[in-house]
Design a protein around this ligand. Structure first.
Ligand code: LLP
Length: 439
């Protein structure tokens, strides 16, 4: 492809002889004609490749590692099926995610249930399904769970620790710092107290400890720091109680490529830092090396997804600074709220003339009734109404965070693989948006 300013391709993306973007061997222009726009396109090969890279990277360093996919990044039946086939476990963060996983036939013994407030009904669903672990976040939940375990039923649990590690990322997606709402804090003594109570509780089987320091993190030192804190805590618990945690889950959080400037660490590099840090800490604290779990969401699926939009209007505006040409597309904050919520950056490709240099500057905006930029500075060839734009790296936290704002029906999702496109989420219709309304 003729490289313009900061344009790149991901996964199986290429540019075909017609100058069209191709994903999974499918022409993006044909996908848009067949399935409409906006359209979430998921590259099956790219997703499976990432799953395999994760397993391979960790398993060459350590045999007892389990990779759990963090379903909050994007979850539906087809994604569950692929992740299960690739041998990964699953982190669910709500009753809805758990329900989806169970409906997809995801093996319950590979499911972990997270969240800061799991209701009675959610806990009951998890118990009934026989999932591997409920990750306890607070004392109230621990009591609710015990009350639900009747007879001599036992439930595997992990304890979520707030490790007081400050990761360098957007404040709204930082989760392991001193003032985090998640988990039992070390500094208050709650982490230790929670462990003591779980160990005394016959109905709970403590499998180990969990932490998650945040998301879109490029500085690998933060993961190493979390590993160190977790081993130190596990060693302290062993000294005080004799319980040696057989497993530590260090969460997810690895960053991905949204723009040409992003330089996310390779999975192999990340795996090495985490495993080395775990081993070094175990040596230092004379703690038997536990099994390891990691829980990537974004870094498994973000780059496998892109969104196709149709340009509906082009405006020249008297802006004080460039870009002064605005492209209005047929989606926006209802299919991807990340630019508005976090000021997140993305990269676009003109899918129907992808071969041209992307050397003109535009502002790409959504169609909602407020200013909803998708890309503040998008480099594209000359754009005309009706052109097709692909926004890259939308596989994580776009579909899963979508809404019906302005009563827009949500887009469809297609899974592309070796020239075949399969509809895995149907496009919503107006009737769907109105489905639960009552007069
Ligand atoms: N484990 C736990 C307990 C989590 O809370 C999360 C993400 C993950 C794993 C996966 O993290 P990842 O590998 O995807 O970074 N909506 C935000 C991201 C929120 C992340 C929430 N927790 C965004 O769009 O950037």
């Amino acid at each position: 492809m003729a490289k313009g300013e900061g344009v790149f391709l991901l996964g199986t993306q290429s540019v075909n002889a017609q100058g069209h973007l191709e994903i999974g061997g499918c022409d993006a222009v044909s996908l848009a004609e067949q399935f409409g726009t906006p359209l979430y396109v998921l590259d099956e090969t790219a997703l499976r490749t990432r799953c395999r890279e994760y397993r391979q990277a960790f398993h060459t360093l350590k045999s007892d590692v389990q990779i759990l996919y963090a379903g909050k990044a994007a979850l539906n039946l087809a994604i569950c099926q692929i992740v299960a086939e690739e041998g990964l476990g699953l982190d669910v963060a709500s009753g809805g995610e758990l329900y989806t996983a169970l409906q997809a036939g995801f093996p319950p013994d590979r499911i972990h249930f997270h969240g800061v407030y799991k209701t009675h009904a959610e806990l009951q669903m998890a118990i009934d399904a026989g999932i591997h672990a409920i990750v306890l976040d607070n004392f109230a939940e621990m009591e609710r769970l015990c009350a639900l375990l009747s007879g001599n039923k036992r439930q595997g649990v992990m304890i979520r620790i707030a490790p007081e590690v400050e990761a360098n990322t957007h404040p709204l997606i930082r989760t392991g710092q001193r003032d985090s709402k998640f988990g039992f804090h070390l500094l208050t003594g709650d982490a230790f107290e929670a462990t003591r109570r779980v160990l005394q509780e016959q109905r709970l089987q403590l499998l180990g400890f969990h932490c998650h320091i945040g998301s879109q993190i490029s500085d690998l030192n933060a993961f190493a720091a979390a590993a160190e804190v977790m081993v130190a805590f596990a060693a302290e618990v062993r000294r005080a109680t004799g319980f040696a945690a057989a497993c530590l889950n260090l969460g997810g959080g690895l960053s991905v490529r949204y723009t040409a400037e992003d330089q996310p660490p390779a999975i192999a590099e990340y795996a090495k830092v985490v495993v080395d840090a775990l081993r070094a800490a175990c040596d230092r604290y004379h703690f038997p090396e536990p099994a390891l779990m990691v829980e990537p969401g974004r870094s498994l699926i973000a780059e496998a997804g892109c969104t196709l939009y149709r340009v509906g209007a082009i405006k020249r505006v008297p802006a004080m600074e460039p870009p002064d040409i605005y492209l209005i597309v047929d989606g926006g904050m209802s299919d991807n709220p990340r630019p508005q919520m976090y000021g997140a950056s993305y990269t676009a490709i003109l899918a129907n003339r992808a071969h041209l240099p992307h050397d003109r500057l535009y502002r790409l905006l959504g169609k909602h009734c407020e200013t909803d930029p998708i890309i503040e500075q998008a480099w594209l060839p000359e754009v005309h109404e009706g052109d097709l734009i692909a926004v890259l790296t939308t596989g994580a936290y776009a579909y899963s965070m979508s809404s019906n704002y302005n009563r827009y029906p949500r887009p469809a999702m297609v899974l592309v693989h070796q020239g075949t496109a399969r509809l895995i989420v149907e496009r919503e219709r107006f009737q769907d948006v109105m489905r639960y309304d009552k007069m």
